[in-house]
Design a protein around this ligand. Structure first.
Ligand SMILES: Cc1cc2nc3c(=O)[nH]c(=O)nc-3n(C[C@H](O)[C@H](O)[C@H](O)COP(=O)(O)O)c2cc1C
Ligand code: SF4
Length: 444
């Protein structure tokens, strides 16, 4: 990690010394880095003063706020870089990022039955991932941490992991399946942090035991609550989502107790995810033993989120009655807003299941999932193309999109605000001045 930072800095020096504007650009960059590190120091001070604890990942001190990976194209380099710039951990979701790059879409969107369609699309996605990691790195001005989220359920899982490592991600965050093989895949990159996402103490125990045999411990573990989080959920079926065994109050102490008996106490920070919306939530979870918290939906509705404005508005304007759980085409339960497409899908799901059959080819020609209910004709799970529906949502198509969302309330209600404002609110309960004035007016 250190070597690649030095290499990038050297490249920046070389670049800035070319041409008459070289020294000017270099001074501007230096000024920007100084400003941003001052801002991060200020946020860390605010964090300490408000009784929250910063946490450390691979020797880097961070705000205790993690932005969770959100596909397709919801958390790319723009969002992840903006979060890292504030001194947090920002996560790029690796899946189908070519959608954010018109040149890569021009090369691949028309592909259908060509024998090399899958390889061409996969290569375009790896190019897009590399670009997004670089974009995040530039935006971060060297602050915070840039992670990449890869779902184990993807057929390109190993390819995305390798590309993230080669492109210099600081951390890999893997969920939607047990990433038992991650230590092997990352063997040549010992400086990249490895962070699995799990939802109960048994899963953590199993994974840590298996990884220990491979000579590696997780650098942190995300504990995601299936009753609260957005997107795919870590339970075996919808009926299990509210099982008390997933409650943070149970899972966090049980995992910490396991770490103690396993002789690894204090070595693996826990990150609690799902339904977190204010400083008091973070304080409560840190009191339970979590080092940091991860938020998804609240970051998806920030100005810097990489999806269309209409996507953010759907999430921000949803009421608790609009949010629904169902079984995804990956076989995992999922949580989303009941928008027109999802409403219709849920109505006709029994008919689609009755007609399920193995397809000659994948709907999008690149087999995003290793096991797909639609392509593989598996009537026990979802019957839609998740890549297509999530792509519509990212583009802001309210009629056709699938809009993943967590179950909790949002910090700023229906407002789309900046990452900086969200960070200050979470860390120090600081309400943006205009919102504060509005609230006072209403109260008067
Ligand atoms: C729109 C959306 C897309 C998501 N996509 C992914 C994903 O691709 N991979 C993943 O591990 N988690 C995904 N998540 C889960 C988030 O990373 C995060 O853990 C979760 O949303 C936290 O709950 P919250 O939304 O209540 O804050 C997604 C969540 C949302 C809202
Ligand atoms: S049909 Fe759609 S969801 Fe299924 S593997 Fe293909 S792209 Fe993915």
């Amino acid at each position: 990690m250190r070597t690649s930072r030095i290499a990038r800095r050297t490249a920046a020096i070389k670049f800035s010394s070319i041409g008459p504007f070289g020294p000017f650009l270099w001074n501007k960059m230096e000024h920007c880095v100084v400003e941003e590190s001052r801002r991060v120091a200020q946020l860390l001070d605010m964090c300490n003063s408000s009784g929250l604890r910063p946490w450390t990942l691979r020797g880097k001190t961070l705000l205790p706020v993690v932005q969770g990976g959100m596909g397709v194209g919801v958390s790319a380099g723009g969002l992840a870089g903006s979060v890292a710039r504030q001194g947090g951990l920002g996560t790029i979701s690796s899946v189908d990022l070519r959608r954010l790059h018109p040149d890569l879409m021009a090369q691949t969107a028309h592909l259908d039955k060509e024998p090399d369609a899958r390889d061409t699309i996969e290569s375009a996605n790896l190019v897009a991932l590399d670009r997004e990691i670089r974009r995040a790195r530039t935006l971060s001005t060297g602050q915070g941490v840039i992670a990449v989220n890869v779902m184990k359920a993807l057929s390109q899982y190993a390819g995305y992991v390798r590309q993230s490592l080669v492109s210099g991600a600081d951390a890999l965050v893997v969920g939607a399946g047990l990433p038992l093989d991650l230590p092997e895949l990352a063997r040549d990159f010992p400086n990249t942090a490895l962070i699995p996402i799990l939802s109960d103490a048994r899963g953590v125990q199993l994974l840590v035991r298996k990884w220990e045999k491979r000579g590696r411990l997780p650098d942190a573990v995300v504990i995601e609550h299936p009753r609260l989080a957005g997107g795919h959920l870590g339970a075996s079926n919808v009926g299990d989502l509210a099982d008390p065994r997933f409650d943070f109050e149970r899972v966090i102490p049980a995992v910490l107790e396991f770490f103690k008996t396993a002789g690894i106490e204090g070595k693996i920070p826990l990150i609690a995810a799902g339904g977190i919306s204010c400083q008091a939530d973070i304080a409560r979870l840190q009191a339970l033993g979590a080092a940091a918290v991860q938020l998804g939906t609240a970051f998806a509705v920030t100005q810097e989120c990489d999806a269309a404005l209409a996507f953010k508005q759907v999430l921000a304007q949803a009421t608790p009655q609009d949010i629904v759980e169902f079984v995804s085409v990956s076989g995992l339960p999922a949580r989303a807003v009941r928008t027109p497409w999802l409403n219709k899908y849920l109505r006709i799901e029994p008919k689609l299941k009755a007609a399920a059959h193995t397809k000659q080819k994948c709907n999008m020609s690149f087999d995003c999932l290793a096991h797909c209910g639609l392509r593989d004709g598996d009537a026990s799970i979802g019957q839609f193309c998740i890549d297509q529906q999530l792509g519509h949502a990212m583009d802001g198509d309210v009629q056709k999109g699938l809009f993943f969302r967590g179950a909790g309330a949002l910090p700023f209600g229906e407002q789309i605000r900046s990452v900086a404002e969200l960070m200050e609110f979470l860390i120090a309960a600081k309400v943006p001045a205009d919102l504060h004035a509005q609230a006072q007016k209403v109260a008067a």
